[in-house]
Design a binder for this molecule. Structure first.
Ligand SMILES: Cc1cc2nc3c(=O)[nH]c(=O)nc-3n(C[C@H](O)[C@H](O)[C@H](O)COP(=O)(O)O)c2cc1C
Length: 211
């Protein structure tokens, strides 16, 4: 179904949160490409992405000034497009992925050098931040875009429930997992998710640990 009034909230995308998507692009020779990319919702029809240099997705976005954001929870699509490209017959003519739950098309507003960084990558000047406007939206099935914060919180809670019955080495491992999950939640989550992680942190402090 083509959506007449574009609004990212229709696919569960809230302002300020980052979602994991598969971006499909084409190059000047019309070769289609797919890669998983995080998309930050910056308004009902505005998105931001930080894309590392050296990949096809960034090159194609710079040359074509447009791209397609595919919304799915299919782990095979994420894996195939991470380990290589999707096979040709997975793409529609309009560059969306066949039988995808939802997708939206974007036009680039601006491309800037990335200055801020919240993940453990050594160099800071190796990415571009792309700001784009959503120009078309298609929803085939009821779906909410994937957000990593939920999985991080569930993992952290599962570890918390085991905390008192594991040895010291495993406790230290869980504390390091807490730190990494916190980093991801701060990056991709919203206020509720951040507050939740803070509640878990308080529990760990009560147990005598400072994560
Ligand atoms: C869930 C997930 C999210 C990702 N998000 C990003 C991202 O936001 N920016 C980025 O540059 N790479 C991201 N990547 C890594 C790219 O998908 C990966 O580097 C890919 O090989 C780029 O392929 P390309 O050459 O087809 O563009 C992500 C990977 C995964 C699995």
């Amino acid at each position: 179904m083509i959506i007449m009034e574009i609004d990212l909230r229709l696919i569960g995308m809230e302002k300020g949160k980052q979602y994991e998507t598969i971006i499909t692009t084409v190059n000047a020779q019309n070769v289609q490409n797919a890669a998983p990319i995080g998309v930050l919702c910056a308004g009902k029809d505005i998105v931001l992405s930080r894309i590392f240099k050296g990949g096809k997705t960034l090159d194609n976005i710079i040359s074509q000034k447009e791209f397609t954001v595919n919304i799915t929870h299919n782990p095979e699509l994420f894996t195939m497009s991470t380990l290589g490209n999707l096979p040709k017959d997975y793409f529609n003519e309009d560059n969306s992925i066949k039988d995808i739950d939802a997708y939206f098309k974007c036009e680039v507003i601006s491309i800037k050098e990335a200055v801020k960084q919240s993940d453990p990558i050594k160099k800071k000047d190796e990415a571009n931040v792309i700001k784009s406007k959503v120009t078309e939206m298609v929803i085939n099935n009821d779906i909410k875009a994937a957000n990593r914060a939920f999985a991080c919180i569930i993992e952290t809670l599962a570890n918390l429930t085991r905390f008192d019955i594991v040895d010291e080495k495993t406790k230290q491992y869980y504390l390091s997992r807490f730190q990494e999950n916190s980093r991801v939640v701060n990056k991709v989550g919203g206020k509720t998710e951040r507050l939740t992680m803070n509640e878990i942190k308080k529990e760990l402090i009560k147990k005598g640990y400072e994560p």
